[in-house]
Ligand binder design. Structure first.
Ligand SMILES: O=C(O)CCC(=O)C(=O)O
Ligand SMILES: [Fe+2]
Length: 255
């Protein structure tokens, strides 16, 4: 088990993205699905942000799950950081039955995969926060190499840089797509993808239900350097097992 976790941590360092198979049990997954479907039905939508889900016990129970934290904590420790929860962007079903399937397998290079670096979406990122930061995705449905898989440009995070005043420099798209291995990471339900900042990724357009829940982590010492972290209320904390409360922090100053 410890060997397996260490292997995943080393792969994260080298490749920038990994799969944790069966991160939650079948019984846990059934609970999560129940929470997802109940809340989606209440709201009449299948794309839910943090405010939509922060009172749903079945979904809050997944935050900082022990099988995920074994990898996240070990990874951060290796870089001299203490892992803390940064952000939850919500839970969503990205399958849109109205969207025609435009993907032509096996063309990951030119197909409609939407390759990107998540740093593009961050407000004012300081490059110092990026090395220990990890984004994690829990999949509630199976994904396949030609249908719904998360795809990684393996090692692409090594191509990013930073200016002297700590502004991130993104890799060039052509270099990523021409020189990195473009690898689909299909998963079984209950598995998680974990990826580093600056790792380029995309999604093979799904032909069926594709529900997931997102969580992002960073290092305690760099937490304050980035705006936009999810501030978890006491009401929500009460839904999360107490032994995980150590991962939750708040900004040291009001923002
Ligand atoms: O749906 C996925 O597997 C990845 C989603 C993604 O890349 C994102 O939300 O930035
Ligand atoms: Fe992304």
């Amino acid at each position: 088990m410890a060997d397996r976790v260490n292997e995943l941590i080393v792969r994260l360092l080298i490749d920038g993205a990994i799969v944790i198979p069966d991160a939650v049990s079948k019984a846990e997954l059934a609970v999560i699905e129940r929470g997802f479907e109940r809340r989606a039905a209440e709201l009449g939508k299948r794309e839910m942000n943090w405010d939509d889900i922060c009172t749903v016990p079945e979904l809050m129970g997944v935050l900082c799950h022990p099988s995920l934290m074994a990898v996240v904590e070990g990874f951060c420790k290796r870089l001299g950081h203490e892992a803390v929860f940064a952000n939850c962007a919500g839970a969503r079903d990205v399958f849109d039955p109205k969207q025609p399937d435009k993907y032509e397998p096996p063309n990951l290079r030119h197909g409609n995969v939407g390759w990107h670096d998540d740093v593009v979406g961050m407000r004012n990122p300081n490059s110092d926060i990026l090395p220990p930061s990890l984004t994690t995705l829990l999949y509630l449905d199976e994904t396949f190499a030609d249908n719904g898989a998360y795809c990684s440009a393996i090692g692409s995070h090594h191509l990013a840089g930073a200016t002297a005043d700590k502004k991130p420099i993104l890799a060039k798209a052509d270099e990523v797509l021409n020189y990195c291995e473009l690898r689909p990471l299909p998963v079984k339900p209950g598995s998680m993808v974990v990826h580093r900042s600056h790792e380029w990724h995309g999604v093979v357009p799904p032909k069926q239900r594709r529900r997931l829940m997102l969580q992002t982590f960073t290092g305690r010492a760099v937490y304050d350097m980035q705006v936009g972290h999810t501030q978890v209320s006491d009401e929500t904390l009460a839904l999360i097992p107490e032994d995980r409360h150590k991962y939750f922090m708040a900004y040291s100053q009001v923002r």
